[in-house]
Ligand binder design. Structure first.
Ligand SMILES: [Zn+2]
Length: 98
């Protein structure tokens, strides 16, 4: 992930703890995948508990990894909406001609 915007040089995640927020989104993805997959497997198949556990674990980890760039992007958008990303200030030239 880029630390700064290549066009306007704004810093995306200024705080060191900002990545924690993206981990919340990872957690949400993992929980959602886990619950949906568990419900589907238990209602539509008659697999053993161990087989279900293995399938759910693998798919959950894979979905978190697959959604990794999306959760980072989504968190950056949330930080932007909440005002956490500030554009570099424009220089105001008082009384001068540009
Ligand atoms: Zn930019």
């Amino acid at each position: 992930m880029n630390r700064t915007c290549p066009k306007c040089n704004v810093v995306f995640w200024a705080d060191p703890g900002e990545s924690l927020g993206a981990m919340y989104l990872d957690y949400a993805v993992a929980t959602a995948v886990f619950i949906v997959l568990w419900a589907v497997l238990s209602w539509t198949t008659s697999l053993s508990d161990l087989a279900q556990w293995i399938i759910i674990s693998v798919v959950t980890v894979a979905s978190v990894l697959a959604c990794y760039p999306i959760t980072r992007s989504a968190w950056t958008v949330l930080v932007y909406i909440s005002g956490g990303i500030e554009r570099p200030r424009l220089k105001i030239v008082r009384g001068g001609r540009t």
